[in-house]
Design a protein around this ligand. Sequence first.
Ligand code: GTP
Ligand code: SPV
Ligand code: MN
Length: 590
Amino acid sequence: MATAAHMLTPLPRLSRTVAEWVESVRELTQPRAIQWCEGTEAEARELTAQLLKNGELKALNEQHFPGCHLARSAPNDVARVEHLTYICTRSPEDAGPNNNWMDPQQAHAKLRELFRGCMRERTLYVIPYCMGPIDSPLSRCGVEITDSPYVVLNMLIMTRAGRAALERIAQNGSFVRGLHSTGELDPERRFIMHFPEELSIESFGSGYGGNALLGKKCHALRIASWQARTEGWLAEHMLIVGLQNPSGETHYVACAFPSGCGKTNLAMLIPPGSLPGWRVFTVGDDIAWLHPGADGRLWAINPEAGLFGVVPGTNPDTNRNAYEMIRRDTLFTNVALTADNQPWWEGLTTGKPVLDWQGRRYDPARGPAAHPNSRFTVSARRNPAWSPHSEDACGVPISALVFGGRRREVAPLVYEARDWQHGVLVGASVASETTAAAVGQVGVTRRDPMAMKPFCGYNFGDYWQHWLSVGARLARPPRIYQVNWFRRDAQGKFLWPGYGENLRVLAWMLGRCAGKAGAVESAIGWLPGPQDLDLRGLNVGPEALAALLTVDPGLWRKELAEIREYLSSYGNRLPAALLTELKNTEQRLA
Ligand code: GTP
Ligand code: SPV
Ligand code: MN
């Protein structure tokens, strides 16, 4: 099916620049065949059949998980590799202390040697894709070249891929070039390189999601954040959720939480039974592109068409929507298996694992059965809470922006920034415990401004300045909040039940936006008093609630000192306005 004859089909002629680039990559990588992806269902079926045949995919229990498959990655290739991810700008200062930097010429030379001849005996796939609704002026296109059919299958779910995207590229000429090869999966020969000045990406040696599905973090965040700065918008690691209140009005909220910190779950939460009349609609679960609108509001699109979500922890009690969503037509990566070939993961209350994520007989002594960063890939439309406004060309208007992190202490359940400028400081100050989404130690608290530490394609100092200028252009800016669902008691138990109950916090925010909900002023911002939250039917004691809604002056003095030290590391790139906001906060606390 994949023959050189594909090169003669009318597809590549739609865009000469794409065809020329493909030809130069063919010369370098020497594939056996080239296949242009059309984005049809037949194509996905054919690829799946091929992977089932060569054992790279396994069909799951057809009765309980129809249309679902399991992929097992190499054991050393299970997460993003931040230490091997580089921003290659001419000047190292433009990449900033928040990124690894390499000189573009040097990076190209290094990768050229890795890519040379790397596709011999393999098929080179060309995936034209569109990030965002195909007819939206806010969308941006790219082309990924890869030698991994698993990557193709994922990209077909995660993006609007195929002929329509290629036609769009042919019309407006510009696209992001992403070159990917799984190479030998050798961590010593693994690099994820970004060239924002050239709108290009080179990724070698990993087949894992964020390293290999180049439309996602590489394009839609690192490259797009750079483009967004030059064009006056924002590319953010945010979910977008629509909340319909009991009076029938829908308001949209966008939330930035670091990897593995609850975006997917919040984006499709199930309202608790004790809050009747609320409905929740998912627009996006991982990435938002935010544009100032002619009406002075901020408008958001989700550039993605699918979800690449964390599997462990998903069950009918924590999130029935997510659980239902992944029962059909879902690609699982690195989960465990039951005796009757059903996928299994930690947090499921039924079934038991027989084979672990590496396909070995499950032995608890060797760790969890499913990899903690095991993932599902599924079409956004499989989500029972999917919002048809996900397809709106102009996006949805945003009423509130929320920053969050995973902190066992210090950060309260929720607080509101005083205004946009203070909100930028609040976002820039977020710290969070690391998770299994990236290689490295889990549970280490680190600064993760706007949940963009691993994803901002340029100097954070310039990025905060850009946030300030975007806010200055908004006549009706969203209110800004910080949340923390992950506070713990002395025994290590979560103080807040989280998941669906998080709606109570979101409802308070919308009440604030409507000028209805009360709040108490603190040094760091406005907090709800216990009477300001709708706590009907919630099982949280008064002591826990007090702990969740308290700003401890001692802990916060230490916190502010750490924030000051962190921000200062950005030197003269740090906007003076943020230091002013910080000083004001310090004075309020003193
Ligand atoms: P990425 O896809 O890596 O960007 O992550 P994400 O932010 O979408 O995180 P996700 O919603 O997948 O949640 C990650 C983990 O946190 C899962 O194991 C969830 O079960 C758990 N989690 C999500 N929301 C909550 C919450 O409100 N409270 C608690 N305690 N855990 C949560
Ligand atoms: C994350 O790590 O934030 C993810 C998964 O959403 S990945 O696509 O690997 O980046
Ligand atoms: Mn993410």
